[in-house]
Design a protein around this ligand. Structure first.
Ligand code: S3P
Length: 435
């Protein structure tokens, strides 16, 4: 596909205020839970990215009435029991969240369905979800003994389990909890490192009783979700690109408004603070399930740090852009305990290291992360996105400090999570302000 974009070396100050698009994780869940619920659900600030549109199309194929009007979505459902068996496959596109959470939902339903995604999804491990679901009695078959898509699910009555998570993964946790809501008995999930808790928060919002304490989450099966209103904050994972841009570009100041500040997602803010970034954070909305606020960042003198342990699940999607940030920091940054990066949309350890090296970065891959030495003046060149939105955006943000232009091949993949990314980059580069 020839959809490359060339960004001129910018090297001038960045300024402006942005409102990044809606949170991807929360947008997916709003559709899923609205479809599972009885009654009317409205969603405000929905992310019109390709991944979330895949989720909508899957539920429409199950017969759920979903109307999209700009970033407002209305869902009318009579609950899971009224879904119809799809005559077509459910296409989850590039979306791991759609594929994994839907497995948990469909496993406890009454219907037969087949989940298929794109080439990247076909390589991503599904055993981590299917194994616990099978322990609950789920009937799922698929390629390589059910490890990969295409996956066929024959919905059935499930039984609760007590499951200790082998990896920190909100997708696995959520799939089990969503199966657990439909199962007989009390389902318990135990996490050693806390992963994003949007499912727990949103289930509560839909009227489900759920207990979460010290990494132990419990849900009683047989509860009915009730339609509600969901306010989707801006995605901190998208904001992260402009936080990094503002910190590394000279004489810059970028304000990001209406950003989700859920503590299970704010690892990027901790990292910027530890590196010495000049930043102001205001939490100005706590009336919804998810805290929302503004973050202002200014050009900063940064120092290298060590990033690992329980911080990793709180910033897993931000590691590509954190690696770029580290190329501009003084000293060594070590990212460890991040082997999960190898099973994202692409192997993000290899992709980040290969692409930043092309720009002249001093970066090396390790088994569970990377080591970056800085500061280094980045040159320019032709970068691959690997069809991975976050790798594409990392390359594009590098242009705010690079000495020469940067070409990103297959840049259209960025619409998976940030459809107006280039418009926002243009706005902060040219001092306009957008709402
Ligand atoms: C997500 C969980 C994370 C994250 C992904 C979205 C979610 O994946 O990387 O982008 O919405 O639950 P894992 O559960 O695989 O860590």
């Amino acid at each position: 596909m020839n959809d490359s974009i060339t960004l001129q070396a910018h090297q001038s100050p960045l300024n402006g205020t942005l409102r990044v698009p809606g949170d991807k994780s929360i947008s997916h869940r709003s559709i899923m839970f609205g479809a599972m619920a009885k009654g009317h659900t409205t969603v405000n600030g929905f992310l019109l990215g390709d991944d979330c549109l895949s989720t909508i199309s899957c539920f429409q194929k199950l017969g759920v009435d979903i109307q999209v009007n700009g970033t407002t979505v209305a869902i009318n459902s009579n609950g899971i029991k009224n879904w119809k068996e799809p005559i077509d496959i459910l296409d989850t596109g590039n979306s791991g969240t759609t594929t994994r959470l839907m497995l948990g939902i469909l496993a406890g339903s009454h219907i037969h369905s087949v989940l298929v995604g794109d080439e990247s999804i076909a390589k991503r491990p599904m055993k981590r979800v299917i194994e616990p679901l099978r322990l609950m009695g789920a009937q799922i078959s698929g390629r390589s003994g059910g490890q990969f898509t295409p996956l066929a699910v024959q919905g059935s009555q499930l039984s609760a389990i007590d499951y200790t998570m082998p990896v920190a993964s909100a997708q696995v946790k959520s799939a089990i909890l969503l199966a657990g809501v439909q199962a007989n008995g009390v389902t318990t999930v135990r996490e050693s490192e806390v992963s994003r808790d949007h499912t727990e928060r949103m289930l509560r919002q839909f009227g489900v009783g759920i207990k979460a304490e010290n990494g132990v989450i419990q849900v009683q099966g047989g509860q009915t979700l009730r339609g509600t209103h969901v306010e989707v904050p801006g995605d901190i994972s998208s904001a992260a690109f402009f936080l990094v841009a503002g910190a590394i570009a000279k004489e810059s100041s970028i304000r990001l408004e209406h950003v989700g500040l859920n503590p299970t997602r704010t690892g990027i803010i901790d990292v910027l603070q530890q590196m010495g970034a000049q930043m102001e954070i205001e939490v100005n909305d706590t009336k919804h399930e998810e805290p929302i606020g503004s973050v202002t960042i200014k050009s900063s003198h940064l120092k290298g740090i060590e990033i690992g342990g329980d911080l990793i699940p709180r910033l897993i999607d931000e590691i590509p852009v954190i690696a770029l940030l580290a190329t501009q920091a003084h000293g060594t940054t070590v990212i460890k305990n991040a082997e999960e990066l190898k099973v994202k949309e692409t192997d993000r350890i290899t992709a980040v290291v290969e692409e930043l090296k092309k720009l002249g970065a001093d970066i090396e891959a390790t088994d569970d992360g990377m080591i970056i030495k800085g500061p280094v003046t980045l040159s320019g060149g032709k970068l691959q996105s690997y069809g991975d939105h976050r790798i594409g955006m990392m390359g594009a943000i590098a242009s705010v400090v690079s000495t020469h232009s940067i070409e990103i091949e297959h840049a259209s993949c960025i619409s998976v999570s940030y459809p107006n990314f280039f418009e926002h980059l243009r706005i902060v580069s040219s001092f306009e302000t957008l709402r």
